[in-house]
Design a protein around this ligand. Structure first.
Ligand code: GTP
Ligand code: MG
Length: 195
């Protein structure tokens, strides 16, 4: 299901996981990698591909949610405002949202927009993990250096503890098992709380 109004999102009480981050960071590609489908979520080399809140129901008992990227410079101010409104509504109102995956490109230094977004999630009590994307672009030693530097920026900033994180590559299928295992555990906890 795709729409731009949180009130019209599916109203089943099953756990859901949202994928959010800068445009072009690889949100839609990661959803395809996790589900082992080539083009379940639409991807593109041009930023701004995903425009709506897209719910994908998995195995009849959880949702993956593909969201538009933030920080895409070429949209108009008015579009940016509309986008911000429906995305913030989504995060604030979606009770079954058990975890947000904040995607960041592993090649880049911490970006202000991502830091601000994670701060906003924290202030609103919305649980999140960081997913480092495009790990295939770097050598393992550099991956470790970049991840450590990233987490250090967080713990030297407003965070007492670094969040849980995953290193992934959609093209090389890195991180798939770890992420699916995490989802499985969180789903189990969710259903245990319901019963
Ligand atoms: P928007 O919907 O525009 O916000 O972008 P998105 O975050 O959904 O990114 P998308 O999945 O469409 O991928 C953007 C570009 O990055 C595409 O050209 C992908 O092929 C590429 N890409 C995504 N993941 C990876 C990856 O793990 N490795 C490499 N090398 N490229 C990737
Ligand atoms: Mg997308």
């Amino acid at each position: 299901m795709s729409n731009s109004n949180v009130e019209k999102c599916p109203n089943e009480n099953i756990p859901e996981y949202a994928f959010i981050g800068r445009s072009n960071v690889g949100k839609s590609s990661l959803i395809n990698m996790l589900t082992d489908r080539k083009s379940l979520a639409k991807t593109s080399g041009r930023p701004g591909k995903t425009q709506l809140i897209n719910h994908f129901k998995i195995n009849e008992n959880w949702f993956l949610v593909d969201l538009p990227g933030y920080g895409y410079a070429r949209v108009s101010k008015k579009d940016k405002k509309t986008f911000q409104k429906y995305i913030t509504n989504y995060f604030e109102q979606r009770a079954q949202l058990v975890c947000s995956f904040v995607l960041v490109d592993i090649r880049h230094e911490p970006q202000k927009i991502d830091m601000e977004f994670m701060q906003w999630l924290g202030e609103n009590g919305i649980p999140f993990c960081i997913i480092f994307t495009k790990a295939d672009k770097l050598k393992p030693a550099i991956i470790e250096t970049n991840v450590n530097a990233y987490l250090k920026t967080m713990t030297e900033g407003m965070w007492e503890e670094a969040p849980q994180y995953f290193v992934t590559s959609s093209s090389k299928k890195i991180g798939r098992e770890a992420l699916l295992q995490f989802v499985d555990q969180v789903n189990t906890d969710f259903f245990a709380r319901q019963s």
